[in-house]
Design a protein around this ligand. Structure first.
Ligand code: HEC
Length: 165
């Protein structure tokens, strides 16, 4: 009887050990899954769409190589820029939401003023040669930013208007 009891106890201990082993495996599996989840997050950050990516050092390709925005917003330019935007751009752009093209609200948090000017004045070359503009064209399913033949002055006024959005 004691022998039988010993065997049963022995088996019970074995069972406990093997269960313990399982428990550990489960934990390993869990930490592996966790690692996979972190990798996914990293991958997501790498694939931020071109329209949302911040790239303030890229000046683009075109006639504008250097420009600075004054600290103060020029209201006369804003009024003129708003008018130009309404006439020449609203066919494809809404100020605050994605339309045929991306919305310009908050654009200077993502883009340099030079890049925006070159995108307006020289879009054909930009979407062919500038890496970011190329990706933007793909993101918008190949519909290109149109060259509206704005003068440099008009484009500059549109930029001032963008600052107020
Ligand atoms: C026929 C449609 C069309 C018109 C008109 C148009 N755009 Fe665009 N625009 C687009 C599309 C599509 C994109 C994004 C794809 C690309 O860049 O090729 C874009 C991109 C842009 C970008 C880059 C935006 C960003 O977030 O990176 C700017 C700046 C811009 N447009 C300004 C203007 C201005 C200013 C006008 C008016 C003078 C204008 N667009 C007129 C279609 C248009």
């Amino acid at each position: 009887m004691t022998k039988a009891l010993n065997i049963v106890t022995g088996l019970f201990v074995l069972l406990l050990i093997s269960c313990g082993g399982k428990e550990e495996k489960k934990k390993e599996g869990f930490s592996y899954e966790k690692k996979e989840a972190t990798e996914k997050v990293v991958k997501k950050a790498e694939t931020i769409p071109a329209s949302k990516r911040v790239d303030l050092s890229n000046k683009g390709i075109g006639p504008i190589t250097s420009m600075a925005l004054n600290a103060e917003i020029d209201q006369t330019m804003v009024t003129h820029g708003a008018d130009v935007f309404k006439k020449m751009c609203t066919a494809c752009h809404r100020t605050n939401k994605k339309f045929i093209g991306p919305p310009p609200a908050g654009i200077f948090e993502r883009r340099s003023p030079e890049w925006v000017m070159n995108m307006i004045l020289n879009p054909d070359e930009m979407v062919k040669k500038d890496p970011l503009a190329k990706e933007l064209l793909m993101e918008f399913n190949g519909s290109p930013m149109a060259n509206q033949n704005l003068s440099e002055e008009d484009a500059r006024a549109v930029l001032e208007y963008f600052r107020t959005l």
